[in-house]
Design a protein around this ligand. Sequence first.
Ligand SMILES: C[S@@+](CC[C@H](N)C(=O)[O-])C[C@H]1O[C@@H](n2cnc3c(N)ncnc32)[C@H](O)[C@@H]1O
Ligand SMILES: [Zn+2]
Length: 276
Amino acid sequence: MIDEAVALLACPHCGAGLDADPPTLLCESGHTFDVARGGHVSLLSGGGGKFTGDSTEMVAARDRFLGSGRYDPIMDAVADVADGHRILDVGVGTGQYLARVLDTVGDSAVGVGVDVSKAAARRAARAHPRAASVVADVWTALPVRTGVIDTALSIFSPRNVPELARVLAPGGRLVVVTPTERHLQELVTALDLIRVDEHKTRRLGDSLAGTFDRADRRAVGYTMSLAPEEVGAVVGMGPSARHIGSADLAARVAALPTPIEVTVAVTVSVYRPAAV
Ligand SMILES: C[S@@+](CC[C@H](N)C(=O)[O-])C[C@H]1O[C@@H](n2cnc3c(N)ncnc32)[C@H](O)[C@@H]1O
Ligand SMILES: [Zn+2]
């Protein structure tokens, strides 16, 4: 975990900055946190929270699907609007978006990936040499210093708006990716998956109103021609994976046409802290 990334972190108990003292991180009050052999660190503020995040199987499916390049246009759009050299990705998943952004914004950029899932944090720890991987729950105070982040990413992930505002530096930006109701619609219909709320984009604006102003919004849309194993991966990494058993999913996928044309339709939005 590189020092420049550790310098962005805060102690979950007292809020003080953290320093690296391998193999631990420590704050000035003497709270210490072990860096796991895999490279991630748990900065959960309490024991046993309500959320566990994505399972090992979901993270593996996400790794396979993103690794196939099928979402590269989304990654490119995110990297295109990211700016500055201190990047935070909340709900980082595998870390593949964070890695793409770090490679794009420049050699001096450092990143922090936060996820409540240990499986995700383990994977994100090896996503990029300049990224720190942290286990934390977005619904508590983020273990990140106040006012130090140039670009915060929230990609298909839960958002704690006041906390995102707190950690952004003056002039910083929040980049949000949300699915539209047309996203993966062929699979949603054919496999009876969980539907995206058709008002999601409006609700995003509502939840940020007063704290952030929208500076940019771009639609990313295209179709992918997916083989059955890719369908299994894209469904397996999403929320429906929690509700459909793997045998049931395999049977439903086997009944689909091969390959199947599937729509990608997401919105990439850039927000700036609202003027007060
Ligand atoms: C749909 S995935 C998106 C992952 C990644 N941003 C991507 O697009 O590939 C949502 C992520 O949010 C994480 N997550 C869910 N609830 C969370 C929470 N309360 N705190 C932190 N992360 C959470 C999940 O573990 C998962 O990795
Ligand atoms: Zn402390």
